[in-house]
Design a binder for this molecule. Structure first.
Ligand SMILES: Nc1nc2c(c(=O)[nH]1)N[C@H]1C(S)=C(S)[C@@H](COP(=O)(O)OP(=O)(O)OC[C@H]3O[C@@H](n4cnc5c(=O)[nH]c(N)nc54)[C@H](O)[C@@H]3O)O[C@H]1N2
Ligand SMILES: Nc1nc2c(c(=O)[nH]1)N[C@H]1C(S)=C(S)[C@@H](COP(=O)(O)OP(=O)(O)OC[C@H]3O[C@@H](n4cnc5c(=O)[nH]c(N)nc54)[C@H](O)[C@@H]3O)O[C@H]1N2
Ligand SMILES: [Mo]
Length: 802
């Protein structure tokens, strides 16, 4: 980030929530970088901006698509980059259409798309057909021009509330100041159009040639201290570690898994199975593939959906490690009801947080218990967990640096590191299953699980990094892992391969930076293969030479016949030069090898003729898909103060699964009853659900209670002064908090009408040293159809003096 000339910070308040990131932004600013901030509120980040724009929550896609249209109309794109490194020239199926808010292939009954018409035209060899020039209306670029032409600056302004001149100023500044970097976090993701908003970012950056260069790119600022590490390790239901697709119910064996997932994953899934089942995993038994749990491919098991399942009584037992769902889940009544249906809740936490004592919550007005402990079966077991400095291990940051730390203190009392708790549970389970001949118990009995009597986190990291299974030695590097014959190497998470190869590289603390580009390649280890800037082939011209003398990342060295550089080269093969197809590729992880302006349906490596044996082909790599469309489209939030002016009949995202699992509390409100938009945000002084920070007296003194932040206009309209108590209500619940009357939020003009935003922090609950009402009584549990992220950042509410 220190190399950036222009930042678009939209959907992140990094000055308050990511202060370390802010340090590099400030460094770039000292070198003259421009900062643009887009937020519904004037934040501390906004106070550092050259341009600040106030946006209506959930309306970013309207102004972003207007910027895309502006880039296309004024030919501000990097033509060489677009031609060589994106799918702009790929021709799209003649069946592809977009009419009145719906893409082709919509099934209204199931609210799902069939992706077939979003495919490329294929030639006789099953390869994508290319257009002659960007003017071909059938090619991706032609589709872009058509799709985005509706988004004039005025349309963008009417929907988003950002004046047209300001959208133009943002576009001109960002396009004319390269390399530019886009930063986002929850302001963009917590919407039912979250994924598509980030698609708009990707399209802007690909058009401007802003991917793969020092100071360019899209920075997802990760949240929880180790959320990058936990998604790397498959905290998502549809992943295995290293972002391998998780098996689904129709994958009857390893072959059918590969038919669906692609041969590109064969090495990684096999080495993962070797890591988990050791010598029990053999070629003959499909490397124990069928020991893996499988999920129903038609179902979504993300957080909100899990609570839906809990409400239907599907779970008997829940292991809850390090989350305080009673405070953090939207429309949180579903959590209380779900917990009350369990037989047993095991919770490992540092404090006795709200979730661990859900049965103690009282109705704030009547004082009555909200669930009657006499009438429910849930047995609650609280395991005291050691805190971050009381245990060794790694934390992975937003830049994919895997950073090792040692334990600094002994855990207090009976507290134990999570690894010890899980290790203990595993060994107890194994004891219980001992002697069983039931095939369903084999995964427990045959697992390779040996991290020592007092489990050693370094042994876990070594298993993740990988072994040569023929010698039992650690694999030195990612290259060694990739060279090993399939089945002879193990790695618990292939992207981390080599992290402990030559000693514990995650523990390195050499902060020298010879290139002065902030690469710090001898500080910790970044995945994959210690590459610091992904897609860095994009920093070179077609001859493999750096485009920017001041930001030289990698280059092709003809004398050495290899890619050399200040950074590790992100190329398919270090010895394949720019005159080979591999040496031209910037996006080796995409099946096309290029950046995807249009997320077409495509599977590389499938021959046109069926195989002689009649078995389905195993292709190489399938393309990722967005469930709601191959191009980003603006849809209103599920609860909106207005109607979609582009296509009133399809106002909100038509593919959003509408939760409907707890009668009475999943209601949706209308703008007549709930005329204002609520957005929720984090505070400097508290962390997330507040389980820790509300138990720290100094922080409670600084930030004692939640509040509702409203504009001066709204305060006047409802007759409220700063400090008055107000009641904020939605179709799902209500809370009473103090009013904060502010200039930070302004009345916006949306589709010709005044629109008010109300901002609320969300870190309070009924327990702790500083209890307070929970904002998630109000929020909506509608989720993004691809990511499953809830629409925490907008729902409709009403407000009145309490
Ligand atoms: N002090 C502190 N630091 C934290 C946390 C904390 O609770 N406290 N939480 C951590 C975690 S888990 C995470 S995920 C991150 C979160 O980091 P951020 O994403 O920065 O957190 P938020 O404050 O939720 O949201 C960011 C901004 O988005 C704005 N916003 C809301 N709706 C919209 C919209 O529709 N469009 C745009 N452009 N902006 C919008 C909000 O007003 C807010 O200023 O922070 C991490 N760091
Ligand atoms: N309205 C609204 N709701 C939101 C959001 C929002 O912006 N608005 N943001 C969402 C986001 S981004 C997130 S990440 C979630 C967070 O939601 P949660 O994950 O439920 O919230 P946290 O408070 O981070 O919970 C972490 C818990 O782990 C405990 N803990 C800390 N260290 C350890 C440890 O080493 N071991 C164990 N076992 N426990 C530990 C802490 O005491 C704490 O109770 O909330 C979401 N909810
Ligand atoms: Mo988060």
């Amino acid at each position: 980030m220190q190399n950036t000339k222009c930042f678009l910070i939209a959907g992140s308040n990094c000055a308050e929530n990511h202060p370390i990131a802010m340090r590099w932004i400030n460094k770039a600013k000292e070198n003259g970088a421009k900062v643009i901030v887009v937020d519904p509120r004037f934040t501390r980040t906004a106070s550092q901006a050259d341009i600040f724009a106030q946006v209506r929550p959930g309306a970013d896609i309207a102004y972003l698509n207007a910027i895309i249209n502006y880039i296309l109309e004024n030919k501000l794109y990097d033509e060489e980059y677009v031609l060589n490194h994106t799918n702009a020239l790929y021709k799209i199926s003649k069946d592809f259409k977009f009419d009145d808010g719906l893409f082709s292939g919509f099934d209204p009954e199931n609210k799902k798309y069939n992706f077939d018409s979003w495919a490329y035209q294929l030639n006789a060899e099953n390869k994508p057909v290319m257009a002659e020039s960007l003017d071909d209306p059938d090619c991706v670029f032609g589709k872009l021009k058509e799709h985005f032409s509706r988004y004039t600056l005025e349309v963008g302004a009417d929907i988003s509330g950002i004046p047209a001149e300001k959208i133009k100023e943002i576009a001109d500044t960002f396009c004319n100041t390269r390399p530019g970097s886009i930063l986002y976090a929850l302001g963009m993701t917590q919407h039912t159009t979250g994924v598509q908003g980030i698609r708009s970012y990707a399209i802007i950056q690909l058009l401007l040639g802003n991917v793969g260069k020092a100071g360019s790119g899209i920075q997802a600022l990760r949240g929880e201290p180790n959320v990058q590490g936990s998604t790397d390790m498959a905290n998502l239901f549809n992943n295995l570690p290293g972002y391998l697709p998780a098996p689904v119910h129709t994958d009857k064996d390893l072959r059918s898994y590969l038919v669906r997932s692609g041969s590109a994953f064969e090495r990684h899934i096999v080495s993962q199975l070797k890591a988990w089942f050791g010598e029990n995993a053999t070629k003959e038994n499909d490397y124990c593939f069928n020991y893996l749990p499988k999920y129903n491919s038609g179902k979504n098991y993300s957080m909100v959906k899990l609570w839906e399942a809990a409400n239907s009584g599907q779970f008997k037992m829940l292991l809850n490690f390090g989350s305080n769902s009673m405070v953090s889940i939207p429309n949180r009544q579903i959590v209380r009801e779900g917990l009350a249906k369990l037989d047993m809740l095991v919770i490992a936490d540092v404090y006795e947080v709200e979730t661990a004592q859900f049965w103690r919550e009282k109705d704030p007005t009547t004082g009555e218990l909200l669930v009657d402990p006499a009438k429910i079966n849930t047995e609650v077991i609280l395991l005291p967990a050691a805190f971050v400095y009381e245990k060794g291990g790694t934390l992975s940051n937003s830049g994919r640096w895997i950073q090792w730390k040692d334990a600094a203190l002994k855990p207090p009392g009976e507290a134990k590191p999570d690894l010890d708790i899980l290790d203990h549970i595993y060994h107890k389970l194994k004891e219980l299953y001992a002697g069983s001949t039931d095939p369903k118990d084999e995964p427990i009995l045959k697992a390779r699980w040996d991290y020592g009597h007092e489990p050693d986190p370094l042994k876990v990291l070594q298993e993740i990094s990988g072994y040569d299974e023929t010698t039992g030695k650690v694999l030195p590097t990612l290259a060694d892992y990739l060279k090993a014959p399939i089945g002879s190497a193990s790695s618990g998470c292939w992207i981390y391969a080599g992290v402990t190869g030559n000693g514990n590289l995650a523990a390195r603390r050499d902060n020298s930076d010879p290139s002065e580009l902030g690469l710090y390649r001898n500080w910790s280890f970044s995945w994959p293969g210690n590459i610091r800037i992904l897609y860095n082939r994009g920093s070179c011209d077609m001859n493999g030479q750096p485009l920017d003398e001041n930001r030289k990342l990698i280059w092709w060295d003809a004398a050495k016949n290899s890619w050399e550089g200040n950074d590790g080269a992100d190329v398919p093969d270090k010895t394949k030069g720019p005159d080979t197809p591999e040496g031209k590729q910037v996006f080796r992880m995409n099946p096309e090898g290029v950046g995807r302006l249009f997320t077409a349906k495509y599977f590389s490596g499938i021959p046109a003729t069926p195989a002689a044996d009649g078995l389905p082909h195993i292709g190489v790599r399938p393309a990722g898909q967005c469930n709601d469309g191959p191009l980003p489209e603006f849809y209103e939030p599920v609860e909106s103060p207005t109607v979609n002016s582009l296509h009133p009949d399809v106002s909100s995202n038509p593919t959003v699964p509408i939760p409907n699992f707890l009668p009475g509390v999943t209601n949706h409100g209308s703008k007549e009853d709930f005329p204002y938009v609520l957005t929720t945000y984090a505070l400097v002084e508290h962390f997330c659900a507040g389980g820790i920070t509300r138990n720290i007296p100094m922080l409670n003194e600084l930030m004692p209670q939640p509040f509702a932040e409203i504009s001066k206009n709204l305060a006047q309209k409802i007759g409220v002064k700063e400090g008055d108590m107000v009641e904020v209500s939605s179709a799902r619940g209500k809370v009473q908090v103090v009013a904060l009357v502010t200039d930070r939020i302004q009345t916006l003009k949306i589709n010709g009408q005044d629109s008010e935003t109300i901002g609320m922090p969300w870190s309070w609950g009924f327990a702790s040293l500083s209890p307070g009402p929970t904002t998630n009584n109000l929020t909506i549990s509608a989720i993004d159809p691809t990511a499953g992220t809830p629409e925490y950042k907008c729902c409709l509410v009403n407000i009145r003096r309490a």
